[in-house]
Structure formats: C-alpha cells, structure tokens
Design a binder for this molecule. Structure first.
Ligand code: FE2
Length: 173
C-alpha cells in the first residue's frame, strides 16, 4: 500500500518506507508506532492517508447516487490538448475541509498508468487542468480522504467531442 503525508504530499510506499527509526521495508502499517513522524515535514504519522488502488466507478451515470454525485470527476472543458476537470458537480463541488477533502486528481492513460497528478490543498476547490496532447483516450481519477478513489472510466477524446459539440471550439474534423 502507498500512503500520502497530507501535510507535505510526500508519498510513502510500504514496500520501501524510507522512514527513519529502523523500519524495515515491507513492514505493515499496523506494526508501525504512531509516534513515527514524516521525515520530510515532521508531520504526524496519523495524518498519513491511504492512497487507494481500487477505483470506484458509478453504476449508472444517468442516475448517480448522492455519494457518486459528490465524488465523480467531471469535465468542465475539453479540447485536443487539455482538459479541465472538477470533482463533484460544477455548481457544488466536493468539500475541501480539514477532515474531508479531495487530496489529489489524476490523469490516467489507457493502460491505467498515472500521467500526471495534481495535489489539492485544504480549502482549495477540487479542480485541475491536464495536458492531454498525444492521448486518444484518458481517464480522470480523484482521491477523497474519506471515500476512496473515484474514476470516470476511459474517455475517448474524439467521441467526447462528437457527443458534446458545444465544447468543440478547438477541434477540427
Ligand atoms: Fe468524500
């Protein structure tokens, strides 16, 4: 498992750890004392948040539940080179408080690899802009500090423009 220090955004991998105090790589998080601090910012280990690997997708995009509506990444604008996204609805984005917020938004390629990640600070709106030049398909994922990792599913750039001609200002057929 991987963990994010929500104070300084340093990422720790259980398989590597890189934490002082003689913690062996591969040691489970349950075996680590809560006294441990992030060596990068000295933040408390209790502030580490799990980076979820399992992605949650909406069951039915046309009939979202409340929690899906709150966590699903949405496209605000898409052209051939860049995509602007938010988490939740544009008029009512996901909360950004201390205990409950979106910690990161990711651009994922069609093989499931992270192309770019944007960390969201406390009190910042969960919005991000990514360079998608060279990608025919992509996915956006957003990680919530309480509710896991949410994904849009694969989006095909050409198909999106066919279905959303109003967002077509820089796309030439
Ligand atoms: Fe949430």
């Amino acid at each position: 498992m991987r963990f994010l220090c929500v104070n300084c955004w340093h990422i720790y991998d259980e398989a590597l750890w890189e934490i002082d105090d003689g913690i062996e790589p591969g040691t489970g998080i349950d075996e680590i004392s809560q006294e441990v601090h992030c060596p990068s910012c000295d933040g408390s280990f209790e502030d580490f948040s799990v980076i979820e690997d399992e992605v949650i997708y909406a069951e039915n995009m046309d009939k979202l539940t409340h929690i899906e509506r709150e966590h699903m990444p949405r496209i605000i604008h898409l052209d051939m080179d860049k995509v602007e996204v938010c988490v939740g609805e544009e008029e009512e984005m996901h909360p950004s408080g201390e205990d409950h917020r979106v910690t990161a938004i990711y651009l994922i390629d069609d093989e499931g690899h992270i192309v770019e990640e944007v960390f969201i600070m406390m009190d910042e709106d969960p919005v991000a802009e990514f360079d998608i030049s060279g990608l025919d398909d992509f996915e956006i994922r957003a990680s919530c500090s309480q509710h896991g990792l949410w994904g849009t599913g694969l989006i095909n750039v050409e198909e999106y423009h066919r279905e959303h001609p109003e967002d077509d200002n820089e796309f030439e057929v």
